[in-house]
Design a protein around this ligand. Sequence first.
Ligand SMILES: [Zn+2]
Length: 227
Amino acid sequence: MPISEQLPIEKIIRQDRRTVSIQVTDDAKIIIKVPRHASKQDIEQVLEQHIRWIQNRLTRARQGKQWTQRKFTDGEKFLYLGYLYQLKLIDTHKAPLVLKDNVFYLERKYQPFARDIFEKWYRRKAAENFYNRVRIYAPLLGVEFRQLKLSSARTRWGSCSSNGNINIVWRLIMAPQWVIDYVIVHELAHLRHMNHSSSFWQLVEAVYPEYKQARNWLKQNGHYLNI
Ligand SMILES: [Zn+2]
């Protein structure tokens, strides 16, 4: 059976181009762009060459999909600082959502709004955590920051502007502290080097020697940092 028939190919787009591009969408579909005159065989060949990459992306997209189809019911697990905690619905509580004794307690009547309540909880923890870490790392990098903001960006974990503002994605609070620290060091280092030059990476490495592990962690697990 040709490889193309075993894959969830959504569409094949023919256009004026010289190379083939393969895209795996967030909902685990494949879109292929090919040169106008590419033959069926050409396409099969490219798919075969990239089959491992495609399979990895598909698995990741499917897992990501599962993860975001949450129902906020008993036993579901939620990440916080790299650890998974189970959710338990209870009838009455002091606050809508509490993390106590390694369990997330959500008051039952708030379940229809659970996603918003979780986001609020995460944002509050993120603001506190990121701010404390920025205050530790800014002097080590010899930079001054003006303002820290939480962002909802989907394509990057952090950003910064030349006037000293730093934006970090709130969902990063689900990652282990050592990964959060890397993103913070990365953005602070941009206040000295507004690029990804070798001097930039030298500065990052001087303050955060394990930066490559942290980058890999984000590449492999970033899609789990989601509710
Ligand atoms: Zn950067």
